[in-house]
Design a protein around this ligand. Structure first.
Ligand code: NAI
Length: 505
C-alpha cells in the first residue's frame, strides 16, 4: 500500500469522521484523529478497533491487517498535524466554525497540504474564502455510513487547484470508493438529484390523489424503487430530510422545482419524525411499520364492454392485455352507451382527456401505460370526479383478473409514477444542462448514493425521453406550475429522441 497521502488528519470523530478514518487506515494511511471533545477521539479509536475485530472475525481482514489498521489511528490535537499531507474535517455543519478551523490548520500544515471538507450543505467556495491558500481546499463529501456508501463527491470551489481535486479523487479510489466530480452548487450531486422523489410524492399526497401507502406501493411496484418515498422519509427522519429540502430550495433562490412541502414542515414541528420516534407516515410497533391492508378487487358479475381511446399510450399493448384478461372489446369509432371508456394519457388528467375526446366522463377511467405492462408489478387506474362507482369497480375487477395488484387513485395529471419519474428525470437533466457534473457521474452518484434502481438519465431513456417530455409538457398545461417546466437538456433530446446521456456534439 502506497497511498497518495501517507499521513492524514481527520477532524471531528463523530459518525462521519470515524467512517472516513476507517477507510483511510484501511488504505494504509496513518490517521491523526482530532476532536474538540476531550474523550471523543479516544472513544472513536476504541470503536474502530471493535469494528476491525468484527471484520477479522468475519474473515474480511486477517489479524495482522486488523492490528495494522488499529495502529494507524492516533488520537491527537491540532498541534500534532504539521506532517499531514491532507486534512479532512467532519465537524459541526457551521460555516463560521469550519472557516476558523481551516484558518488554524493552514498555519500548522505545509503549504502543499490538501484541505478537505465533508460538508453536505455549505459552499466549498465560502469555506475557503479568507484562507491564505484557498486553492488547497476542496469538498470531499462522503455518505453515511461511510464504509458502506461507496461514493464520494469531490467538489472544486471557485479557486480550487484542479490538482487538489485530482489527488482527492485518486485517494478515494485507493480507499475503495468511487469519486464523482461536482461543481460547487447547492446539494452538489446526490442531494440535488434527490429532490424530485420526495417533493413530488408529497405534492401528490397534498392533492389528495392517493394516500402514503398507495404511493409507496406504486413506486416500488411500477418503477422498482426499493423503498417508497414515505418509507424512505420515515427511515431518514424528517429532522434530517426536511431541512435538506428547505436548504436546497432556498440556496437556489426558491426555484419551484425544489419547493418543499408544508406536510413535512408540520410533521417536523409536531415531532412526527419517522421510525425513530415510533410515528411517522406509518406507525411503528416493535420497530415494524403498520401498513394498512389494500382493498381487495371488487367482485363484478356484469362486466361492461370496453372501448379504448384511439390516442391511448401503448394502445396495441393495452388491447392485447384486455384480450388476455378476457374483456369484451368494442372496436367502433366511439364507445357504445354501455361501454367502459379507457384512456391512457401521458401527463394529462382523465377529466381533460374525456372532455377533449368527447367521452362520457361518468364511464371514463384512465390507466397508466407509460411503462410496458410486463415490466411492472402493479397497474394504476385513475377515475375522474364524475366516474360512476360501477365503472370504477368494473375497471378494477377487470385489470385484477390475472392477480396483478391494482391501485385506484383520484384523477391527477400524470398519475403517480409518471409524475415522480418525470420530475426526477427533469431535475437530473437540468443538472447536466447547468454543467454541475457529467451525465456519467450523475448516474454513478445517484445509483450509489441514493440506491435508485436506475440512474435518473437511464430512467428517462428507459421510459423514453420523448414520453417524459410529453408528460412534463402536458402536466405544465394541467397545473400551470413552473416546477414542471422541462429543462432545455430534456427538451432538446426529447424532441429528437436522443439519449439523455448524450453530451452535445
Ligand atoms: P457528529 O455530530 O456525529 O460528529 C461531529 C464531531 O465533531 C463530534 O464528535 C464533535 O465533538 C466534533 N466537533 C464539533 N466541532 C468541532 C470543532 N470545532 N473542532 C473539532 N471537533 C469538533 O456529526 P457527523 O454526522 O459526523 O457530521 C459531521 C459533518 O459531516 C457535518 O459537517 C455534516 O454536515 C457532514 N456530513 C454528515 C453526514 C451524515 O449523514 N451524518 C453525511 C455527509 C456529511
Amino acid at each position: 500500500m502506497n497511498p497518495t497521502f501517507p499521513t492524514i488528519a481527520v477532524i471531528g470523530a463523530g459518525a462521519m469522521g470515524r467512517g472516513i478514518a476507517q477507510i483511510a487506515a484501511q488504505a494504509g494511511s496513518l490517521v491523526r484523529l482530532v476532536d474538540n471533545q476531550p474523550e471523543a477521539s479516544i472513544q472513536a479509536k476504541a470503536a474502530l478497533a471493535d469494528q476491525w475485530d468484527k471484520l477479522a472475525a468475519k474473515g474480511k481482514l486477517d489479524a495482522a491487517q486488523a492490528q495494522a489498521c488499529k495502529d494507524r489511528i492516533q488520537p491527537c490535537t491540532l498541534n500534532d498535524l504539521a506532517d499531514c499531507q491532507m486534512v479532512v474535517e467532519a465537524i459541526v455543519e457551521r460555516l463560521d466554525v469550519k472557516r476558523s478551523l481551516f484558518a488554524q490548520i493552514e498555519a500548522i500544515v505545509a503549504p502543499s497540504a490538501v484541505l478537505a471538507t465533508n460538508t453536505s450543505s455549505l459552499s466549498v467556495t465560502a469555506i475557503a474564502a479568507g484562507l491564505k491558500r484557498p486553492e488547497q481546499l476542496a469538498g470531499f463529501h462522503f455518505f453515511n455510513p461511510v464504509p458502506l456508501m461507496k461514493v464520494v463527491e469531490v467538489i472544486a470551489g471557485l479557486k480550487t487547484d484542479p490538482a487538489v481535486a485530482q489527488a482527492l479523487a485518486r485517494y478515494a479510489r485507493e480507499m475503495g470508493h468511487t469519486p464523482v466530480q461536482a461543481a460547487d452548487t447547492p446539494g452538489f450531486i446526490v442531494n440535488h438529484a434527490g429532490r424530485g422523489y420526495n417533493t413530488e410524492a408529497l405534492r401528490i399526497v397534498s392533492e389528495g390523489v392517493a394516500d402514503f401507502a398507495t404511493i409507496d406501493r406504486i413506486l416500488r411496484d411500477q418503477v422498482g424503487f426499493k423503498l417508497g418515498p414515505f418509507e424512505l422519509m420515515d427511515l431518514t427522519a424528517l429532522d434530517v430530510s426536511h431541512p435538506v429540502m428547505e436548504s436546497v430550495y432556498n440556496q437556489y433562490y426558491q426555484e419551484p422545482r425544489y419547493r418543499p412541502s408544508v406536510i413535512t414542515a408540520q410533521r417536523l414541528a409536531g415531532g412526527v419524525l419517522g421510525r425513530k420516534t415510533g410515528q411517522g407516515f406509518y406507525n411503528y410497533i416493535d420497530g415494524k411499520a403498520q401498513v394498512p391492508a389494500e382493498a381487495p378487487a371488487p367482485e363484478v358479475s356484469d362486466m361492461p364492454p370496453v372501448w379504448v381511446s384511439t390516442r391511448a399510450a401503448r394502445r396495441s399493448e393495452l388491447l392485447q392485455l384486455l384480450k388476455d384478461l378476457g374483456a369484451k372489446i368494442e372496436t367502433g369509432q366511439s364507445p357504445s352507451a354501455q361501454a367502459l371508456s379507457l384512456v391512457a394519457p401521458l401527463g394529462f388528467d382523465v377529466t381533460t382527456v374525456a372532455v377533449v375526446e368527447r367521452l362520457d366522463p361518468a364511464r371514463t377511467v384512465g390507466i397508466d401505460m407509460l411503462i410496458e405492462d410486463a415490466a411492472t408489478r402493479r397497474r394504476v387506474l385513475a377515475s375522474n370526479p364524475a366516474t360512476r362507482a360501477d365503472m370504477k369497480a368494473a375497471a378494477h375487477a377487470l385489470f385484477a383478473r390475472d392477480g396483478k395488484p391494482v391501485s385506484l387513485i383520484r384523477d391527477s395529471g400524470g398519475f403517480v409514477s409518471q409524475r415522480v419519474v418525470a420530475t426526477i428525470v427533469n431535475i437530473a437533466s437540468d443538472m447536466c444542462q447547468q454543467g454541475i457534473c457529467s451525465p456519467a457521474d450523475l448516474e454513478t452518484a445517484v445509483t450509489l448514493g441514493l440506491g435508485y434502481p436506475l440512474g435518473p438519465l437511464a430512467m428517462g431513456n428507459r421510459w423514453g425521453p420523448t414520453n417524459v417530455l410529453e408528460v412534463l409538457f402536458n402536466m405544465q398545461t394541467v397545473y400551470g406550475d413552473p416546477r414542471y417546466r422541462p429543462s432545455p437538456w430534456l427538451r432538446r433530446r426529447g424532441a429528437i429522441g436522443l439519449s439523455l446521456m448524450q453530451e452535445e456534439n
